[in-house]
Write a protein that binds this ligand. Structure first.
Ligand code: SF4
Length: 337
């Protein structure tokens, strides 16, 4: 039996019930693929459901205010994804529909080769497969690829293998099955080869190399830094500032002030700490209580704590609220009024 056939049969019986697998709507499939970039499935599900309930069509997404859009995305990270979604939705309104060819989908802002192939195959049944981390791992192991999977040459080779093995009758299922296998069986550490539907001819397994492939040669080092953010409250209000629209990162998002920019703050006890990573930076964030000596200045504003849930807030601010058990979403989930 072909690789595609075995994957197909296994996927039909074993797939997880995920909300974006219950639809054929290209808009919803595209949304899920964008949200799943850099983000785990379990984290995406509640965001996907909330976002789709608020913006069920690309027309409604195109008409959303930036503030509401970012508030709906707040906590998912990589906010350029949300902005690109809206830019793409506006283009769709202008074009009069969701694009239906691979080339047109690939032209949308925020859509790369992988996402274009995913939407094209799942929503439109087009014979395309892209590479993501899961598919790279499965293909590298199945062929016992001994090269560095981060290089262009090896990725091109794996892409060709994946494309050649596709069942062109069911490209969407083939792509999803490969993903599912990588996410649930062919795990990065300790793959569950005994339960794998393609273990008969997986070369890495036959050669005992399943724990050493894929090969990745690391060439970046993580930079560790410490940052202090200030918790300044006045009754039910918190002192925060909003990043200006021209900010390179997180434009429009609300942040906690820092001692370097709010020099009139007097620092008191440490309330806690947490880690926060951005690309190859790892920050240790220290949350300190502070009070103002004088006015708040032009940069900062007082905002009621209960209004923060409707604003786009940075992950550092969200983690600080969570640390102090004040995150509105956390409170909703835990049933705290
Ligand atoms: S047999 Fe093991 S290593 Fe090979 S694809 Fe299956 S889970 Fe991955």
């Amino acid at each position: 039996m072909t690789l595609a056939r075995r994957l197909h049969d296994w996927f039909r019986k074993n797939q997880r019930d995920l909300p974006w697998r219950r639809t054929k709507d290209p808009y919803a499939i595209w949304l899920s693929e964008i949200m799943l970039q850099q983000t785990r499935v379990t984290a995406v599900i509640p965001y996907y459901e909330r976002f789709l309930a608020r913006f069920p069509t690309y027309e409604e997404l195109a008409a959303a205010s930036e503030s509401e859009l970012l508030a709906m995305w707040s906590g998912l990270g990589y906010y350029s994804r949300a902005r690109n979604l809206q830019k793409a939705a506006i283009l769709m309104v202008e074009m009069g529909g969701f694009p239906s060819t691979y080339e047109e989908i690939r032209e949308l802002p925020g859509v790369g080769d992988y996402t274009a192939a995913a939407v094209a195959s799942i929503a439109f049944g087009l014979p395309r497969v892209g590479l993501d981390g899961n598919i790279v791992r499965v293909m590298a192991r199945w062929t016992a690829e001994s090269g560095d999977v981060k290089t262009f040459t090896i990725r091109t080779r794996l892409q060709q293998v994946a494309q050649n093995q596709m069942d062109t009758k069911y490209p969407g299922i083939y792509k999803q099955a490969l993903m599912e296998l990588g996410a649930t069986i062919c795990l990065p550490k300790a793959p569950k080869c005994l339960y794998c539907p393609i273990n008969d001819d997986c070369v890495a397994r036959l050669q005992g190399l399943q724990n050493t492939i894929p090969i990745k040669i690391e060439n970046t080092t993580r930079i560790s830094e410490e940052r202090t953010v200030l918790w300044i409250r006045k009754g039910e209000e918190l002192l925060v500032w909003q990043r200006p629209p021209e900010s390179k990162r997180l434009a429009g998002f609300w942040e906690l002030p820092e001692p370097e920019t709010l020099t009139q703050a007097k620092l008191f006890e440490q309330l806690g700490e947490f880690s926060h990573s951005i690309v190859n930076h790892k920050y240790r964030i220290i949350l300190r209580e502070a009070k103002l000596r004088g006015g708040a200045g032009d940069l900062c504003q007082w905002v009621r704590l209960d209004q923060l849930k409707d604003l786009p807030i940075s992950t550092v601010l969200r983690k600080s609220l969570r640390l102090l058990k004040l995150d509105p979403r956390q409170q909703r989930n835990e049933g705290v009024s």
